[in-house]
Design a protein around this ligand. Sequence first.
Ligand code: TPP
Ligand code: MG
Length: 284
Amino acid sequence: MNSRFFNHPETLARLIRLHALEMCYASKASHIGGMFSVADILALLYAEILRVSPQSAEDPSRDRLVLSKGHAAAALYATLAECGFLPLGELLDFRKNGSRLSGHVYSRVAGVEFSTGSLGQGIGVACGMALAARLDKSGSRAYAIVGDGECDEGSVWECARFAAENELGNFTVIVDDNRMKGGELYTPKVDPFKAWSGFGWNAIAVDGHDFDALREAFAQARESAKPSVIVARTIKGKGVSFMQNEALWHYRNPDAEVFARAWRELGGTDADLLNADNKPKETV
Ligand SMILES: Cc1ncc(C[n+]2csc(CCOP(=O)(O)OP(=O)(O)O)c2C)c(N)n1
Ligand SMILES: [Mg+2]
């Protein structure tokens, strides 16, 4: 929870997208589409749901979040910086040689619980954190965010079965269900909601860009004795018209013109810039 953004996750979400855009522009790299699809989920988690703060980063009873789709690292770093875990200015070191802000989530960054990037791995670690919390009676809850494509990994379903068998009611998985993997938009033949329900989970389907619906889903998850999954229907590239549902923007760096257009669509101002030298051409 964060007092600055509590009840205002949309403000944090806007900043996450702006910072992630600037980080991808400055570093000439990264998975921008999947950062934008998960931005609202990260914003609500850090604004209102997770019991975490820079002051209690080592508290054993803190909640745990693992961003299992680790290629969206810049969105998580931006969230953590806005919530005071690291300096905002450090975000521009993203992907630079020697920086801890590597292109996939790195656990040396303050507030990060586990390094991810190899899809299918983070969810199992978060599941272990939930089990440990129960054994320790710490009251902590564990959360993992996975991509819909990541759910092609068998390890996701090993975890699904283990968590259900062990009735890990303190474990919540959020599926960033943008219906895109590396390529075009697709319709899954195996419905994710039915699949998770079939594994014995408390499954909740929501619009992943609707804060009220997400809020309600997290509240329902807290009440469940079973592990919960929030199947959040999202839009890859959400927030920038020409990136939405476009396979090209799974991984691509914006050039100066694209940066300026996207910055404008996201409502970016000069005050939002991390580096004044990045000023979009039109605003100069
Ligand atoms: C084990 C593994 N295989 C392949 C990749 C390469 N990879 C990076 S992102 C991606 C697509 C993931 O799709 P999804 O989980 O739906 O993520 P999103 O749409 O949110 O970007 C792939 C295959 C990887 N990081 N890890
Ligand atoms: Mg996807």
